[in-house]
Every structure is written in C-alpha cells, then in structure tokens.
Design a protein around this ligand. Structure first.
Ligand code: ADP
Length: 343
C-alpha cells in the first residue's frame, strides 16, 4: 500500500466508494432494484473518479513542486557526502525519499559544523594558553625593571635578555601557527621540483650541527654516497627534515645519535629519521601528529616546543599525497619515516 501509485489508489478508492453507494442504494431503496443499484454504482463511480482525479492532480502538482524545491536545495548544498540521485515512479515516495536524503545531508552537515566548532574552541584555547606564558613572563620582567630593576646592574641586562627570549618564543609560536593555518586552509601551494634529497639531508644536518653538539648528539646521513632524486617542494621538505631532526635533538639523550636513512624503493623514496632518545609510549603514538599534542608538556615547553612541529610535518606530506609513520620504544628510541615521489 505504501508504494502504491496515486493513480492506482484513485481507481481503488473510486470503485470502493461506488460499491459502497450501490450496496447502500440496493439495501435501503424502497424498490430494491438491481438496476437502480447498478445506476447508482455508475454515477457514484463517475463522480467520485472525477472529484478524486482533480484533487489528485492538484495534490500531485503540489507534491512535485515540493520535490523539485527539495531537490534544488540538495543540489545547491555544499554537502557532497551523499551524491546519489533518487529515482522513483511514485511522486509521493519520491518526495519522501528526497526529504529523507535531505534530512540525512543536513544531519551530516550539522555534525561536521559541530566538530568544527569544537575544534575552533580547542584551537583558540590552545593558542591563548601557549601565548599566555611568554606574555606573562615579559610582563613580569618589565614590571620588575620599572620598579627599580632598571637601575640594578645585577639584574637589568639579564631581565632584558629573558624578555627577549620570551619574545623569540612568541615569534616561533606565531610562525608555526601561520604555517599550520596556511596548510589547513590550502592557501599554501606546493611547488614541486626535482632535487637530490641526500644533499638536502646533509644540508639540514650541517645547519643543526651546533644545536646537536651542545648535547653531544651526533647527526649522520647513512648511505650518502650517491644522489637520490625526488619530485617535491624542496623548501617544504627541508622544513619536514628540520622539524624531525630538531625533535630528535630535543627529545634525544645526551651523547646520543640521530641517523637519516634514505632508501630508493622503485617508484618512491623512503626517508627515515631515527634516534636513540627518550622514545614514546605506545598510547601516545596515534595522537602524536595532532596540533598541540605533547607527550610531556613541560619538557616540550622547556625545549622551546610549540606542539605544532609534527602537525606541520604531517600537513606538508599530505599536501604531497605522501604519509608519515612512527615507530618508537620507550628508552630505546624513535624512528619517523616518510615517502617521497622519485624523480
Ligand atoms: P613539540 O613542539 O612539543 O616538539 P611536536 O609536534 O614536534 O611538538 O611533537 C609532539 C610531541 O611528540 C613532543 O612534544 C614530544 O613529546 C613527542 N616527540 C616528537 N618527536 C620525538 C622524538 N624524536 N622522541 C621522543 N618524543 C618525540
């Protein structure tokens, strides 16, 4: 009955009404003539059919109008989660299907907007929390200097230098925030070129040598005897290797070692950054690439970390249609590995 077409319903209702009227006339009319009942049946069938036909035509045109309106809303909608088009011979079922599909799309969109709202709130909370510490520090140093510290030779220079370090920290946070927002909004275009990734790795290691040696850490590029060419954005991939190397120093143990290994895998090239530092417990690994996620918050901040380094790394590699994986054992070390397109 649910899927019966309105036309069939119209005929059934007309016949039922006509039978009902004919039986009534036959039973209640004085002469109880079969002829009168048959005539009543025909008249009733004709009139009910005509009335119902016009009512139906009017209703169906309204239903079709509604179906088209809903359909237009659906095609204009930016929600591309449900892309199937609905087809039904029955106008009423078609309207029902359209409304159901529309409702489902709206539900998905509301869920998506709710998630975005939670993310936005979390992001704002994290940003203000990150900026608060250096701002309060600067405020403290400036107030002390204004309260007479400026004339005190034993602290004035030191406090100014501390304030400058806090300003540097704010600049680092803002640079990382800018990078992540550009990557997330897709504003940042990847500009791929052919380059030697072994040479790039050696270049990064040279630039980070000073930081590493201050902790007695040795940085090396393994199998560096020949060039390995990739097709990627050189500047962004440099940023990826820098972030991974800097992390291996920040979370590495004193007199440890960080090795970059580059493998030619046919279509792709695999780059590994392996350290023998602190390691990361398994429960943290799935969330490691989230913005502001840190295993040890105070250690990260002490080391000048923003909690955005790995999120930036992941975004850059995703923009290259590549991915990054991590393997780690607490107390043994961590290996990050990612792939690049071979050129
Ligand atoms: P951060 O600025 O805090 O270093 P990242 O996004 O670069 O932020 O890293 C997220 C967290 O992952 C770090 O806070 C740290 O706890 C952990 N981590 C990253 N790299 C390493 C590593 N090589 N060894 C141990 N822990 C690491």
């Amino acid at each position: 009955m649910k899927n019966t077409s309105p036309k069939v319903l119209l005929i059934i209702i007309s016949i039922a009404l006509a039978v009902f009227v004919a039986v009534g006339v036959f039973v209640y009319s004085g002469n109880e003539s079969i002829y009168t009942a048959f005539l009543a049946f025909l008249i009733s069938l004709f009139t009910s059919f005509i009335i119902l036909y016009f009512v139906n035509t009017l209703l169906i045109s309204k239903v079709n109008e509604l179906t088209n309106t809903v359909k237009n809303y659906r095609t204009q909608s930016e929600d591309k989660l449900i892309t199937y088009s609905l087809k039904s011979d029955n106008e009423v079922t078609a309207l029902g299907d359209e409304i159901l599909a529309w409702a489902e799309e709206r539900k998905n969109e509301i869920e998506r907007l709710k998630k975005l709202e939670v993310y936005r709130k979390e992001f704002l909370g994290n940003v203000s929390h990150e900026l608060k510490t250096p701002i309060f520090n600067i405020q403290g140093y400036v107030l002390t200097l204004l309260d007479g510290g400026l004339e005190d030779e034993t602290i004035n220079r030191d406090y100014l230098q501390r304030a400058e370090r806090s300003i540097d920290r704010m600049i680092t946070i803002i640079d990382d925030l800018e990078a992540i927002s550009q990557l997330e909004t897709g504003e940042l275009q990847i500009e791929p070129e052919r380059f030697d990734v072994v040479a790039l790795a050696k270049d990064v290691i040279e630039a980070q040598e000073l930081k590493a040696t201050s902790k007695g850490i040795i940085l090396t590029v393994q199998n560096d005897d020949r060039a390995v060419f990739v097709f990627a954005d050189r500047f962004r991939i440099r940023q990826v290797i820098v972030n991974l190397i800097v992390n291996s120093i920040k979370y590495g143990k004193e007199y440890g070692e960080t090795k970059i290994r580059i493998y030619d895998m046919g279509e792709n090239v695999s780059v590994e950054v392996a350290d023998n530092g602190l390691g990361i417990a398994e429960e943290h690994l799935p969330r490691l690439f989230e913005r502001f996620y840190r295993v040890d918050k105070s250690r990260s901040r002490d080391q000048g970390g923003t909690g955005l380094g790995l999120a930036i790394v992941k975004h850059i590699l995703e923009a290259h249609n590549q991915n990054i994986t991590v393997m780690s054992t607490v107390g043994v070390g961590t290996v990050f590995s990612f792939t690049l397109k071979k050129a």
